[in-house]
Design a protein around this ligand. Structure first.
Ligand code: MGP
Length: 203
């Protein structure tokens, strides 16, 4: 390409700022996503779990995502014991949803001393989900941020715990997205280290 051609191609590139009077350009996400919150003060058992899940808002475009992200509480500021859940539209962030029923989750716990820096890890996880940057992104159901007394936890829920290759692809990518060197563990829903069950995959 000659310099003149390059200049003209640059000039033709239209951005959202190209027209000072029209800021309506939007960039559609591959699928819709919904942000949920649950309030721990009222969640004690798996029986009342569903009742405490609150849908905050759904989004279909990159612009809506940023508008929402910039106007909700930072994950590190959530009350201890509560969770954010960002799930594909139509999938409830609970084991019982058909999309999750045969699935599981990758999770990583950050020490609370990481403080506000944990928000970057959560944001990068959100961007990987809505940007569908996982190799088997269709198997990603959603992501969960948990603010706990002793830690922050970021998890990614996948659709099929029996599909080792897909799960491990997702786990490896999450590890890169989080930028951590420690081992990540995958548990089918319903099992975790507290209940004594072992991780079925590690990356
Ligand atoms: P949790 O918050 O995922 O675990 O689930 P954590 O953070 O290790 O535990 P915490 O006590 O520190 O909060 C806590 C409890 O919520 C579980 O033991 C279940 O009783 C209930 N629960 C969690 N999830 C994700 C579900 C779900 O999807 N369905 C149902 N029915 N109950 C759930």
């Amino acid at each position: 390409m000659t310099e003149t051609e390059q200049n003209s191609s640059v000039q033709e590139t239209k951005t959202v700022l190209a027209d000072a009077s029209d800021f309506n350009a939007v960039h559609a996400l591959n699928s819709g996503w919904t942000l949920w919150f649950d309030n721990p003060s009222r969640r004690t058992t798996s029986v009342n779990w569903t009742a405490n899940l609150k849908k905050i808002v759904s989004m279909k475009t990159v612009e809506e995502f940023w508008g929402i992200y910039n106007n909700v509480a930072m994950a590190s500021d959530l009350p201890s014991g509560s969770n954010y859940h960002m799930f594909r539209e139509g999938v409830r962030p609970e084991w019982e949803d058909p999309a999750n029923a045969n699935g599981g989750r990758w999770g990583y716990q950050f020490q609370r001393s990481i403080g506000e820096k944990v928000n970057e890890h959560w944001l990068h996880t959100l961007l990987a989900c809505i940007g569908e940057t996982f190799e088997s992104s269709e198997d990603v159901c959603g992501a969960v941020f948990s603010n706990r007394k002793n830690c922050f936890r970021v998890a990614v829920w996948t659709r099929n715990a029996g599909d080792r290759e897909s799960c491990e692809n997702i786990g490896r990518h999450l590890k890169a997205v989080l930028g951590v060197n420690h081992t990540l563990e995958y548990f089918p829903h319903g099992g975790d280290s507290k209940s004594g069950s072992n991780a079925v995959y590690t990356v």
